[in-house]
Design a protein around this ligand. Structure first.
Ligand code: MRU
Length: 367
C-alpha cells in the first residue's frame, strides 16, 4: 500500500528540495518515503512505501529512478522487508527484477542481502539497514568526487572555460544520494563560473529532461535551455555544443555504455562534430559480469508511453491513433569507441578500454 502526501511547491530555489528518498520508522512500522518523480515538476508529492510490492511498483512506474538511486532504493527495500517481517529472500528477488538495465539496482539489493545473511538472526534487519545507509552515504561521497574529476576534465578538454554542455535524461540529485553524476559536473562548472549554457534534451517519451533536469537546473539558477531531442543535430551543426555529459545505467566490461535511449545518437553526432562525449557514473554502475554492449539487457517499456506520452506522467492527450504500435526501448548502448572519457569517483578513464575499465573497478569499492 502506498499513501501520498502532497506538499505545496514554493518558488524555485526558495527552499531545499524534499529528500529524494528517506527511511523512517514511525510506531506503525518502517517505511521508505520517496519523492514521487512522476509528479514533478508540477507537484512535490511524497510516496510512502509500507511494503516491498509498493516499492517495486514505484521503481517500475519511475516514481523512483536513475541508476544510483535505484541501487539505494533496492538496498532499503531489503531492510524494509526485514523490518516488516516479510520473506526477505523473495523480496530481494522481486526488487532485483523490478527493472533490468540499471545494474545498480541489483548491486544495492545484493549488498544489503550480503549484510543481512552475514548477521546473526537478531541483527539481520539492522545489518541490512546499515548497509543501505552506508551505500546511501557512499553514493553522496562518490557524487562529490565525480563532480571534482569531471570539472578538471572539462577544463583540460576545453581550456578557457565558458562551457556549453548538452545533457540527456536526468542525472542530478533526483538520481543520487548526493548531487548526481553528469548534472553534478555541470553544477560544479556553474559554481566556478564556467558554465555558459546547459542544453537539456527533453528526453522522450517520459520527459526526464524537461520535467526533472530543467526543474533541478532552475532550482540551482543554471543558465539552461530545453530542446526537443531531435533538435540536437542542428545544435551541433551550429557549433553550439562544447561537450556532451551523460550518466549511465550499466557500463559493460568493455566500456560499452547503456544509458537513456537517445544517448547513442548524441555520441554519433558528437563524434562527427569532434565534440567530447563524456560519461559520468560511479564505479557501482560498472558491471564486470556483462562482457560487452550486446550482452546488456535493454528494458522495453509499454507502447502507451509513446502513443500517449504525457499520459504516462500524468494527464495529456493521446498523439497516435488507437491501435498504433510503438517501439519503446528505455535505453540504448553506446560503444566505447564513441566515448571520449568515463568519469568515476575513482578518476577518469580515457581512452575507454577493457583494461582501463578493469583498473577502475579494482580501484572502486565494488565487490
Ligand atoms: O529510465 P530512467 O529515468 O531510470 O533512466 C535514467 C537514466 O537513463 C539516467 O541517465 C541514468 O540512470 C544515469 S543517472 C546517474
Amino acid at each position: 500500500m502506498a499513501d501520498q502526501y502532497a506538499h505545496e511547491a514554493s518558488g524555485e530555489g526558495s527552499r531545499p528540495m524534499l529528500p529524494v528518498l528517506r527511511w523512517e520508522e514511525p510506531p506503525e512500522g518502517a517505511v521508505v518515503v520517496l519523492l514521487d518523480q512522476t509528479r514533478l515538476p508540477a507537484e512535490e508529492v511524497e510516496l510512502v512505501c509500507t511494503d516491498v510490492p509498493a516499492l517495486v511498483a514505484a521503481i517500475q512506474s519511475l516514481a523512483v529512478r536513475g541508476a544510483p538511486l535505484l541501487g539505494i532504493a533496492g538496498a532499503y527495500g531489503v531492510a524494509l522487508a526485514a523490518a516488516r517481517g516479510y520473506d526477505v529472500e523473495e523480496a530481494a528477488g522481486l526488487l532485483e527484477r523490478a527493472r533490468p538495465t540499471a545494474v545498480n539496482l541489483g548491486y544495492g539489493v545484493r549488498r544489503a542481502m550480503a549484510a543481512y545473511r552475514a548477521a546473526g538472526p537478531a541483527e539481520r534487519g539492522s545489518a541490512a539497514l546499515m548497509a543501505a545507509k552506508e551505500l546511501h552515504r557512499q553514493d553522496a561521497e562518490a557524487s562529490a568526487r565525480m563532480a571534482g574529476h569531471g570539472l578538471a576534465l572539462l577544463d583540460e578538454l576545453m581550456p578557457g572555460g565558458g562551457h556549453r554542455i548538452l545533457t540527456h535524461c536526468n542525472t542530478g540529485a533526483l538520481v543520487s544520494g548526493g548531487e548526481g553524476t553528469a548534472f553534478a559536473v555541470a553544477l560544479g562548472a556553474h559554481r566556478v563560473g564556467r558554465l555558459r549554457r546547459l542544453w537539456v534534451d527533453e528526453t522522450r517519451p517520459l520527459f526526464q529532461g524537461a520535467r526533472l533536469t530543467a526543474y533541478e537546473a532552475a532550482r540551482h539558477g543554471l543558465p539552461y535551455t530545453l530542446l526537443t531531442d531531435n533538435a540536437a543535430g542542428s545544435l551541433f551543426a551550429a557549433g553550439e555544443v562544447d561537450a556532451v555529459l551523460i550518466g549511465a545505467d550499466r557500463i559493460a566490461a568493455d566500456g560499452s555504455v547503456a544509458n537513456k535511449v537517445g544517448s547513442y545518437p548524441l555520441a554519433v553526432l558528437a563524434k562527427y562534430h569532434g565534440v567530447p562525449f563524456v560519461v559520468v557514473a560511479p564505479t557501482t554502475t560498472i558491471d564486470p559480469g556483462t562482457p560487452d554492449g550486446a550482452s546488456i539487457v535493454v528494458e522495453q517499456r509499454s507502447a502507451d508511453e509513446v502513443t500517449d506520452p504525457a499520459g504516462a506522467v500524468g494527464g495529456g492527450r493521446r498523439t497516435a491513433p488507437p491501435g498504433a504500435r510503438a517501439y519503446n526501448p528505455a535505453f540504448d548502448v553506446t560503444p566505447p569507441a564513441l566515448v571520449t572519457a568515463i568519469v568515476t569517483e575513482e578518476g577518469v578513464l580515457s581512452p575507454v578500454t577493457r583494461e582501463g575499465v578493469d583498473g577502475l573497478l579494482a580501484r572502486g569499492r565494488r565487490t
